[in-house]
Ligand binder design. Structure first.
Ligand code: ZN
Length: 254
């Protein structure tokens, strides 16, 4: 299994990242995407990717758009010259939290899409409550990429699939209180367009038994996302792992 999205630079992993990685390997996680969320964070994500021989992405999360430097292109270009950096992101639009002004979110996002196209790299995308604007910008740039932690409706899934994107499914899908849209959307998302991710340390799957003492999600919990998809698609867990691993390799050219 490959965990297509881990916030390994989070302070929640500072003390015991080696142990977290060891547990992930024991659980059959052969690789992961270490997410970068701003310029400094992307440098740290790359360092962790080198340390553990994983992949990373370099970019500016919409929350951090307001703090992007004027020369973000040259900073990201330099990071992208490293073998481990296989995508530009996490980038996109977040109108749910609005931590950065929306016009600035759109500008910083578009600049990263232009850069990804220049470098011929896929993008690692984030979208919350911004579907229409996201679609309009994506249609302009037509990137390859994955809409990470997709939680939207069936119609939204179809729009993203029409653009050729992959959709990242996290432990959100295991949350019976808020996963109705996503589980309905899965009916139009074929498994060969799915990446699986934990988004650790966030989104601890609610189906874990016995319930863990810590609320912190770890990559080793990816198995619960696999189990859910296995039941949904009516295929074995190893088939889910195999197909999503192949999807990851295809998208990120590995
Ligand atoms: Zn995100």
């Amino acid at each position: 299994m490959i965990d297509a999205g881990v916030n390994l630079t989070s302070s929640q992993f500072h003390v015991d990242a080696d142990d977290v990685v060891a547990r992930a390997r024991e659980a059959g996680i052969t690789s992961m995407m270490v997410i970068g969320c701003d310029e400094q964070d992307s440098i740290e994500a790359l360092a962790l990717a080198k340390r553990y021989q994983y992949a990373s992405c370099a970019g500016i999360h919409p929350h951090n758009a307001k703090d992007a430097s004027a020369d973000l292109e040259s900073n990201l270009r330099q990071l992208a010259s490293e073998n481990e950096v296989v995508a530009i992101g996490e980038c996109g639009l977040d109108y749910n939290r609005d931590f950065s002004p929306r016009p600035q979110q759109r500008e910083i996002f578009a600049r990263q899409l232009a850069l990804a196209n220049e470098l011929n790299l896929p993008v690692y995308l984030h979208e919350r409550d911004a579907h229409e604007d996201m679609l309009a910008i994506l249609k302009e740039y037509q990137p390859k990429g994955v809409l990470h932690c997709f939680t939207g409706t069936r119609a939204q899934a179809e729009n993203y699939l029409d653009l050729g994107l992959y959709l990242g499914v996290t432990g959100w899908v295991c949350d019976e209180r808020r996963s109705q849209d996503l589980n309905d959307a899965l009916n139009v998302i074929s498994l060969d367009r799915v990446l699986i991710e934990t988004d650790a340390p966030y989104l601890l799957p609610r189906t874990i038994r016995p319930k863990p003492k810590s609320r912190r999600c770890e990559p080793m919990h990816l198995a619960y996302v696999v189990a859910h998809l296995s039941a949904h698609y009516g295929v074995s867990e190893s088939e889910v792992s195999k197909t999503t691993t192949q999807n990851f390799r295809t998208l990120f050219n590995l």
